[in-house]
Design a protein. Structure first.
Length: 258
């Protein structure tokens, strides 16, 4: 099992906080986001990890981390999106099963293990307790939340803006698992749709793969993660972490889930 962290982007919504360092070096609860990710992956039993760099790649690679990783480069990071960064790691992964993680999220090893135990070609983690997190971040959670529907453990809809909560059973977290068959499906899509590959994010990829009738597993977790997308996110999490019972505190001791 391998893991890939996609950390090539500028993170422009972080504004001045990412002016001189990559977004994944933003500290939360005393550690850079990247360190939280690396430690969670290691604690889940993964010791072969790559980080796809781009924006301020030298700054990122010079930052000391307690967990070793292989740096990879997306040289076209300014003009491409996450799918292009994932493809930069395809040769390194060599079709091995792997966890793919966004670089602006934090989560426990338990969430990683939930995905590792899924045998579908592609599996995604989604949070069933998403609404409380979105209400913390936004006055109107529907301003940012996207559709997410699953049936019998398989994803059926993702990524649309919704006028109400009816089509939102959870929120995709930016954490997924690819088996070798999943890798093959992703690479086949990219070969057949080269004009879309550069600009497509991971949610867009999942939507297109659903249209091709590829089964995508939806693995539920209950809280214990968050996404740092803006300085406002960062500030509200700092306040929330002062509460001993904040349900999205990823640092808490593991508890049984689904």
């Amino acid at each position: 099992m391998k893991a890939i962290i996609l950390a090539a982007g500028r993170g422009s919504r972080m504004r001045e906080q990412s002016a001189s360092r990559p977004k994944c070096l933003t500290k939360l609860a005393g550690k850079p986001l990247l360190q939280w990710q690396l430690e969670a992956l290691r604690d889940a039993g993964i010791d072969d990890i790559a980080v796809v760099c781009g924006y301020l790649a030298q700054t990122l690679q010079a930052a000391p981390m307690p967990v070793p990783y292989t740096p990879l480069l997306n040289p076209a990071w300014e003009h491409t999106n996450m799918l292009a960064s994932l493809l930069c790691a395809a040769e390194w992964a060599q079709h091995a099963p792997c966890i793919v993680s966004y670089s602006d999220i934090v989560y426990p090893a338990q969430h990683v293990r939930v995905l590792m135990g899924n045998t579908r070609p592609i599996a995604v983690c989604y949070d069933t307790q998403w609404e409380s997190l979105w209400r913390l971040r936004f006055i109107d959670p529907l301003a940012d939340a996207e559709s997410f529907l699953q049936k019998n453990g398989l994803l059926s809809k993702i990524g649309d803006k919704m006028p109400d909560m009816a089509d939102i059973q959870g929120q995709y977290m930016g954490l997924l698992h690819l088996t070798s068959k999943g890798w093959n499906a992703v690479r086949a899509f990219c070969r057949e749709n080269p004009e879309q590959t550069g600009k497509m994010d991971m949610t867009g990829l999942l939507r297109h793969l659903l249209l091709l009738n590829l089964p995508i597993a939806a693995a539920p977790v209950a809280g214990k993660w968050c996404e740092v997308d803006s300085p406002e996110d960062h500030a509200c999490y700092a306040r929330a972490l002062q509460s001993p019972d904040w349900r999205h505190d990823w640092r808490k001791a593991e508890v049984p889930q689904f």
